[in-house]
Ligand binder design. Structure first.
Ligand SMILES: Nc1ncnc2c1ncn2[C@@H]1O[C@H](COP(=O)(O)OP(=O)(O)OP(=O)(O)O)[C@@H](O)[C@H]1O
Length: 294
């Protein structure tokens, strides 16, 4: 008997869709599967309930949510026998888009039912896991403004990006990357990617692979902001890494020293962090459901 638990955010608009819940029941319930549903009211609540589900011996946890919700629940599944499946219901859905999980919940439920289990790498920054991206420059500051918007979706990200161009205070970084030291002038973009995109098909690290045992650092100095903004389409046509001024480096362990403490963006959520931040990869730490390419 396979035991499957679905985590749902009860706030409407964040994955609470009766038709999607019905589709999951129809696709997943059979004699060999025990299917249960549970509300997750917050990141802490989700994390606690996911830990309990693992202790109870649940085999598969399906999360109906965006990257932040996936992070809070998936973080409890690291190095366990439990598998994470994602039914996309977020604003950016970077995780789901990376793995070609269909965005309509009904289709995702069907695709995950036939999906393969795959171990993927997990990033750790300041001791906290991330699955998609972690940023520490303008690309992180955007989230600060995005969080204040009364509604979510791609459009608030655009407004937040423009607003933070005026409010963001760049600071230089001292970086140690697998033993190599470098001084980086104040960044516009400083992202560590485990998967290819922030979400909404904005591919910050087009060559990132989920299971190569490595993370990708993507840096662009603040002085190159005009070039970045006149080439924004390169995020979406997956060629940002070839834009002059963009530095991409693949690594296993990184230490970043900043002049001042500043929050990190981790899978779309802001997380407080000290001046000095250690980032490393945990190879194959999470098992996920990945649909076969059609
Ligand atoms: N486990 C959880 N249960 C309930 N709410 C959560 C949980 N984790 C995070 N949240 C909150 O739910 C809201 C929606 O987050 P979620 O990650 O699902 O979607 P999103 O941020 O709109 O999409 P994305 O991260 O893909 O851009 C946010 O306010 C987030 O802080």
């Amino acid at each position: 008997m396979e035991r499957v638990r679905v985590f749902v955010n009860p706030r409407s608009g964040f994955g609470f869709s009766p038709s999607a819940l019905k589709a999951i029941s129809e696709t997943w319930e059979d004699e060999q599967t025990e299917l249960t549903f549970q509300y997750s009211h917050s990141a802490e609540d989700g994390s606690r309930k996911a830990r309990r589900a693992v202790e109870e011996g649940i085999d598969t946890i399906l999360v109906m949510g965006g990257d932040g919700m996936i992070n809070s629940i998936g973080g409890a599944l690291l190095d366990t026998e439990a598998t994470l499946g994602v039914i996309p219901a977020g604003s950016g859905n970077g995780f789901a888009r990376h793995f070609n999980i269909p965005l309509p919940a009904e289709q995702a439920a069907r695709a995950l039912r036939k999906a393969k289990r795959r171990r993927i790498d997990v990033g750790l920054a300041a001791g906290r896991p991330f699955f998609v991206t972690c940023s520490m420059a303008w690309d992180a500051a955007i989230v600060r403004t995005f969080e204040k918007f009364p509604f979510r979706g791609p459009l608030p990200y655009v407004f937040a990006g423009v607003y933070e161009l005026f409010d963001y205070h760049p600071q230089p970084l001292e970086v140690e990357l697998d033993g190599d030291r470098m001084h980086l002038d104040p960044p516009l973009v400083f992202t560590v990617a485990n998967l290819t995109q922030y979400g909404n098909n904005a591919c910050i690290a087009p060559h990132a692979q989920a299971d190569d045992g490595r993370l990708e650092m993507v840096y662009m100095p603040n002085r190159d902001a005009p070039r970045f903004f006149t080439n924004l389409h390169r995020l979406f046509d997956r060629t940002l890494d070839t834009l002059p001024g963009v530095l991409t480096r693949s690594f296993r362990h990184m230490c970043v020293r900043r002049e001042n403490a500043d929050p990190l963006q981790m899978d779309g959520e802001l997380v407080d962090a000290p001046r000095s931040v250690e980032v490393e990869v945990r190879p194959g730490a999470l098992t996920v459901l990945v649909p076969d390419a059609e």
